[in-house]
Design a protein. Structure first.
Length: 348
């Protein structure tokens, strides 16, 4: 990446010939013009050069008058899903990455973000819930289609999977399934194949697996459809495989601070006094990887929580592992979590 970036960076007063050479050598259809402090001032494409030459410019003229200075860039903290969404909305093939000072540090390419090594793993996203606790929002749309940062939660999940090479995605749908169908279609617009598991009745977090056309040959990824997270899918799949687990359950640390001083006593004496202590638990993050043959243990068309399959594996003495999600993770199940996902704090 560093070598390629070096090839496409040119001084803002470089010649048109130099910019053409950078576009050719970088093979990403763009040159990045920077000032003396390496701050990005604009971009130059083949189209920009072609228009310059048609206006009478020569190869030795400066590119400065022909730089596109109204460029779009992202920061280092931009997520894969956010970048893909921006590319799709603005029809961009490349988006520069800048540091806080505006210096160029990288370049996102659509072909690479969607062209990650294709994984054989299937993914099932549970998107059939209504979301009673989010009413009245869910009176008109299913919970997974509620928007966060201008994009439905379910779309964020799909793009996250696609960005890591998952190409066959099943959406388990029930409540207002037509809206989900209309948005995703066959998945071609999102770089994948989307298929639908239609629940005639609500089947819980595991029951829809009985609707799969066959048992997958490779480990299956299962996610709740109301998650806003950027968990590291390749690492989770790797951990599942290397540790020979039958199921791997993603967990996220939940912290709770007691808002009072906690007193431990013995009889009428104080033993300890802890002011507003914080306790932590590892909680189910709603993301699973399971060996494909376990799908056969899910009863047909019967409400079935996936946690029951976890318990079944444990009772059989089979290995169930955990994978810690250290990245941002929000389960958008209540208005409070939705406000947090939208960056609105805890206001009412």
């Amino acid at each position: 990446m560093k070598d390629r970036l070096a090839r496409v960076i040119v001084p803002e007063h470089a010649s048109i010939r130099t910019a053409m050479e950078a576009i050719d050598q970088g093979a990403v259809d763009i040159a990045l013009a920077v000032d003396t402090d390496r701050r990005l001032v604009g971009t130059v494409t083949d189209g920009d050069i072609r228009r310059a030459i048609l206006r009478g410019a020569t190869l030795t003229d400066s590119i400065s008058p022909f730089i596109t200075r109204g460029f779009t860039a992202v920061g280092l903290d931009a997520t894969r899903a956010e970048v893909l969404d921006m590319m799709k909305a603005r029809v961009f093939e490349q988006i520069p990455i800048l540091d806080a000072a505006g210096r160029i540090v990288g370049l996102h390419l659509m072909r690479e973000m969607l062209g990650a090594a294709v994984r054989p793993n299937w993914a099932v996203v549970m998107a059939g819930g209504r979301g009673e606790r989010l009413r009245p929002l869910t009176d008109s749309v299913p919970k997974p289609m509620i928007k966060v940062a201008g994009r439905p939660i379910l779309e964020r999940i799909v793009l996250h999977l696609v960005g890591y090479g998952v190409r066959r995605i099943f959406l388990a749908v029930n409540y207002k399934a037509g809206l989900i169908h209309e948005h995703f279609g066959d998945g071609a617009g999102f770089g994948c194949c989307v298929e639908y598991l239609h629940e005639e009745v609500a089947l819980g977090t595991g029951g829809p697996l009985s609707l799969l056309p066959a048992a997958p040959r490779d480990p299956l990824i299962v996610l709740n459809g109301d998650l806003v997270t950027q968990f590291d899918l390749p690492k989770m799949l790797q951990a599942h495989s290397e540790r020979a687990h039958r199921m791997t359950l993603a967990v996220h640390e939940y912290l709770h601070t007691v808002p009072f001083g906690v007193v431990e006593t013995a009889g009428d004496c104080v033993i300890t006094l802890r002011e507003k202590p914080t306790h932590s638990w590892q909680t189910n993050a709603g993301v699973y990887v399971l060996d494909g043959d376990l799908v056969g243990r899910v009863p047909k068309n019967t409400p079935f929580p996936l946690t029951t399959l976890v318990e079944d594996c444990l009772e059989r003495g089979e290995r169930v592992g955990v994978f810690n999600i250290h990245e941002d993770w929000i389960d958008v199940g209540r208005h409070q979590e939705l406000r947090r996902a939208r960056g609105e704090g805890d206001r009412v």
